[in-house]
Design a protein around this ligand. Structure first.
Ligand code: ADP
Ligand code: F6P
Length: 336
């Protein structure tokens, strides 16, 4: 390994937790130690930084964590860090504890914080950790794979009871303003309707017509995956039941989607990204975000990463819709 000018690095998790964050922390700690660095863990995101909740980390401190959901460093949201005063104090705390480089594991908001800290002279690297998959510079975010599998399994279970009772089910999945979790579940669960903020036209009558058509064609259930960004699933269920005469239930999956043991994919990608963040610090880089694109681990300037836009693939959306069509006895799609 190349000799590093940096002697001490820190790591924190910020924003919503995501399965796989522990694998990323573990990689930062062990990659850092193997580069001869001191590694400090900062509890509770930027809050813990401002409150100096900082510990020295050894390789043993991250033993038995790779398989655990959540984050052993805890996480938080911190309003004070949005202010210049908070950012300056954060940098002072880093200097006081000898932290010259900081790995921030979180979403876009956490990266904005890392960028501000870099402006105050602390080398920072962001690692994308969010179940929402809504970070534009990367095709992969830590936690998405586990969360989407958790949601998929839960939706399969709702579908069983929905079929038995010949009901319509509206299942709301997380994602904040992004529809990736809903879209992936929609395809993986074979949902009849998928509502995502990026595409929904709020034409509820179309959904109602679809339910009625499907019922006439003999479908026993009707699964609607509704993204959190649209929300109001309970009210929607009441309106749909009134309009169709078909019993309709809403299920909001909620925070169970954020927990649980990370999948192999989340553990491996998180380990790679955590290690790469340390490598970038060792190379003297700052204000970068690690990402995964076109089959490779890459890094971007944080400003550039934050200015990028992400959109739903038109092809994926079109395929998703074509697969959710019902077919009449002649094999023709029952709706367009
Ligand atoms: P995520 O990182 O998952 O997007 P948030 O948007 O809640 O989550 O951001 C996490 C934390 O990052 C915030 O509570 C705040 O401390 C910090 N943060 C967010 N935006 C900014 C900003 N513009 N400037 C400085 N810090 C920020
Ligand atoms: O960003 C992750 C996420 O779980 C979103 O999907 C959701 O909108 C939000 O966090 C919920 O945040 P909280 O845990 O503060 O309710």
């Amino acid at each position: 390994m190349a000799e590093s000018k940096i002697k001490t690095i820190g790591v924190l998790t910020s924003g919503g937790d995501a399965p796989g964050m522990n694998a990323a922390i573990r990689a930062v700690v062990r990659r850092g130690l193997s580069n001869g660095l001191n590694v400090k863990g900062i509890y509770k995101g930027y809050n813990g930084l401002l409150n100096e909740e900082i510990i020295d980390m050894t390789a043993r401190d991250v033993s038995d964590t790779i398989q655990r959901g959540g984050t052993v460093l805890y996480t938080a949201r911190c309003a004070e860090f949005r202010t210049l005063d908070g950012q300056q104090r954060g940098a002072e705390v880093c200097r006081k504890h000898g932290i010259e480089g900081l790995v921030v594991i979180g979403g876009d908001g956490s990266f904005a914080g890392a960028q501000k800290l870099a402006e105050q002279g602390i080398n920072t690297i962001g690692v994308p950790g969010t179940i929402d998959l809504d970070i534009a510079c990367t095709e992969y975010t830590i936690g998405f794979d586990t969360a989407v599998n958790t949601a998929m399994e839960a939706i399969d279970k709702v579908r069983d009871t929905s079929t038995s009772h010949e009901r319509c089910s509206i299942i709301e999945v997380m994602g904040r303003n992004a529809g990736y979790l809903a879209l992936w579940c929609g395809i993986a669960n074979g949902a009849e309707d998928i509502l995502i903020p990026e595409k929904y036209d709020y034409d509820e009558q179309k959904i109602i017509n679809n339910i009625i058509t499907n019922r006439k064609l003999g479908k026993k259930h009707h699964i609607i995956i509704n993204a959190e960004g649209i929300g109001h699933s309970e009210a929607m269920a009441k309106r749909i039941e009134a309009a169709t005469g078909i019993e309709t239930r809403a299920t909001i999956l909620g925070h169970m989607q954020r927990g649980g043991s990370p999948t192999c994919k989340d553990r491996v990608y998180a380990s790679m990204m955590g290690a790469m963040a340390v490598d970038l610090l060792v190379q003297g880089k700052t204000c970068r975000v690690v990402g995964y694109r076109h089959g490779e681990y890459v890094d971007f300037d944080i400003d550039e990463a934050l200015s990028m836009k992400k959109s739903i693939s038109e092809y994926q959306w079109e395929v998703c819709n074509s697969l959710s069509h019902n077919y009449d006895k002649n094999g023709k799609p029952a709706r367009k």
